[in-house]
Design a protein around this ligand. Structure first.
Ligand code: HEM
Length: 329
């Protein structure tokens, strides 16, 4: 049976439309040109241009942690503070100049350490493959390796992030405050596309490192029912050493484990923003899950970190590969 669609005029029109689509697609691909696949993030981004990149970074972190195991915490925190402000773009590494006060000089970042680890990795990478590996990728890989080398999960992250050109102290106002309650944290993390579960998993980064008294002393001025009374005495004793005295965030500050969540169950969270995760019914179930099942925490943590590591990344000409991580080219 002959249908209308078989009519020679209609067949011709269909063929003409089809070939126009093919031409348009080809033009589009040519227009995107050689950028296609080059600018996009990928797991093996440096496979041809700098095959040793991952190894160089891992060796650098390994040696740094051997010399000073307490660096794991600040190195992990550096990646968070980088990605949260202006997206992951190494804006945290820029030094202030006479015309510009950079993020790193904000009160929220004054206790960050480990910049020399990034510089060390960058120096080695510049020797092996000059101008290729971005400072942002180094920060992301260093944080990932710090997690693994302290006993946490091993996971791969895409590479190819470009370095940004802006770093302003005023932008750091957007970092979450340790005085935030669960709803405020949920709002802030939700605004960046993270679920409640991902937010609690990411907070599990506080399994590493310390807080200074200035970050939690407001909790000591009046009796806080969400805090164990013996733990309150421990925190007060720490604070007798002054504002910069350090309190480990869990019982094993240099090991990546789930003791942070167990501490929250015992009302021994150091920051208000930690303990609120157990106090609030919205997040308590997730805390209990991770306290009971470390493997589940590790799995969720690595997935949430992967998501955080590509937050608003700059690709292609919207960024650069800095020669010196402390200043724009
Ligand atoms: C949930 C919201 C968060 C708040 C309010 C918060 C706040 C803080 C504060 C106030 C400190 C102590 C700073 C000091 O006194 O020197 C700290 C330490 C730390 N934070 Fe967070 N943080 C949050 C989420 C995160 C995330 C998502 C990560 C990483 C994925 C992270 C990693 C760390 C690490 C590892 C330390 C220990 C740093 C060290 O040992 O020097 N934090 N955080």
């Amino acid at each position: 049976m002959i249908t209308m669609l078989d009519h020679p005029a209609i067949s011709f029109t269909r063929m003409a439309i089809m070939s126009s689509i093919v031409v348009l697609l080809t033009v589009e691909m040519v227009a995107r040109g050689f950028n296609f696949g080059v600018d996009a993030l990928s797991m093996n981004y440096y496979m041809l241009s700098c095959p040793m990149a991952e190894g160089i970074v891992r060796d650098t972190v390994f040696r740094s942690l051997q010399d000073d195991p307490t660096l794991a915490g600040p190195l992990l925190r550096m990646h968070f503070h980088d990605c949260w402000i202006q997206g992951c773009d190494a804006s945290i590494l820029i030094d202030s100049t006479k015309d510009n006060t950079a993020e790193k000089d904000s009160p929220a970042n004054l206790s960050l350490r480990g910049y020399e680890v990034i510089d060390g990795a960058k120096d080695e990478l510049e020797k092996q493959c000059p101008g290729v590996v971005s400072c942002t990728d180094i920060v992301a890989m260093v944080a990932r390796d710090a997690v693994f080398l302290t006993g946490g999960p091993i996971y791969d992250i895409p590479k190819g992030r470009k370095d940004g050109r802006r770093s302003r102290i005023e932008d750091t106002i957007n970092l979450p405050f340790p005085t935030f309650n669960s709803s405020e944290l949920t709002r802030v993390f939700g605004g960046r596309g993270f679920t409640i579960q991902e937010m609690v998993a990411l907070s599990g980064a506080h399994t590493l490192g310390v807080a200074r008294c200035s970050s939690f002393k407001n909790r000591l001025s009046s009796a806080d029912p969400s805090m164990d009374s013996d733990f309150a005495k421990t925190l007060s004793k720490t604070c007798s050493g002054g504002d910069t005295a350090e309190q480990p965030l869990d019982a094993t500050r240099n090991s990546f484990d789930n003791l942070y969540f167990i501490a929250l169950q015992r009302k021994a969270g150091v920051l208000f923003s930690d303990q609120t995760l157990f106090s609030s019914p919205w997040t308590q179930g997730v805390v209990n899950g991770y306290a009971m099942n470390q493997a589940m925490f590790f799995l969720d943590f690595q997935q949430a970190m992967l998501k955080m590591s590509v937050l608003d990344v700059k690709e292609g000409p919207s960024g650069e590969v800095r020669k010196d991580c402390r200043k724009i080219n």
